[in-house]
Design a protein around this ligand. Sequence first.
Ligand SMILES: *Cc1c(COP(=O)(O)O)cnc(C)c1O
Length: 434
Amino acid sequence: MKYYSTNNRHRKVSLREAVIQGLAPDNGLYMPEYIPVLPEFFINALADLTLGQIGFEVAVRFLDDDVPEDELRKIIAHTIQFDAPLVAIEKNVYCQELFHGPTLAFKDFGARFLSGLLGYFAQQENKTITILVATSGDTGSAVANAFLNVPGTRVVVLYPAGKVSEVQEKQFTTLGKNITALEVMGTFDDCQRLVKAAFMDADLKQVFFLTSANSINIARLIPQSFYYFYAYAHLAKTRRPLVVSVPSGNFGNLTAGLIAKRMGLPIAKFVAATNVNAVVPEFLKSGVFLPRISKQTISNAMDVGNPSNFVRMLDLYNQEAKAFSNDVAGYSFTDAETKGAMKSVFEKSQYVLDPHGAVGYLGLKTFLQAHPEYSGVFLETAHSAKFMEVVEEAIHTKPELPERLNKFLAGKKTSIPVSAKFEELKSLLPSLLA
Ligand SMILES: *Cc1c(COP(=O)(O)O)cnc(C)c1O
């Protein structure tokens, strides 16, 4: 399997190049040259397979040229160390919990698969790969925990001082070993600018094998398709058409679902559920894409005004808005509606939603109102304890703190303060990475 850039279908690269580059040199996003279709007997046998077995069968079709099967089995085992269970919430309404990984959000799937792959490439090259990642919170924790103790890799997390929550900060500043946290005296945008400048810097490139763990990386997308197969496997027995609602920001998660459908998975419909940052739901109605500056909401991991994976979704549908909107319905919700859903689901079903999952729930309910013949799943992308204050305000009860969050909170923070000047970072890196 080769990969092309969404800006040029004719220039193809290997998976290895696509993963190490992240973004294509022409600023396009990498896509597989074709979507492999899984045999029908595989779809029919899904209910007997574990998430790891599904993951292997899906991934092997994308990685066959670049990773030997025994290595891929190791990468899958490293990625899938937790379940993605389905929980019945109401009649024909299921929640798929994607937060059972080490940092309690679905980003653990993508980050762990990426770390397994880069660890393998580092071993092949006999080099140490340095991953630079700018974070406003969740990405840094998922990436740092995924790469912890992976031989041949080291991670430098840049985060804005005072602008991430204590729980988030502890998830990447207490690890030590091959993980270094830089506390930048500036904003998230400063962190991103520093990372970009480092990638462009010829001197640093000579000394370090630098790569990014950005969410546009194709290696973060592939494992996100696994759990859609798992959801279908558990609901096929309802014998009703299936709709999956995906709370979305940059739309990597929904793109992975659309790829799963193209691989032959019988999911009849998807819902693109957003907060008031609604450029994709608007596009699905009007056919016009109007990116803009994002607005801040309580589902802040979805505060995206110009979703990076939009070009991938259009590419999947050959730029045809009509075909895209046949498969995907889009709805957006305000913070008040989101809190209302958290409250009513808690009262009716004693289930505690996080604000992102609540947006997914609302999208699903809106779709089911018009299409009662469906069974539906919404993806719960984070554990409610990650958004303690919002949840407590909505349901007047404290969500319970899972053991693995407590462990982070008990750890000792170690970070290196740096200014937002690139020259300072540049002179610091060699001593950090010696
Ligand atoms: C990143 C994130 C999302 C959005 O996922 P995309 O793939 O960017 O659409 C939703 N919920 C949570 C909790 C997240 O961390």
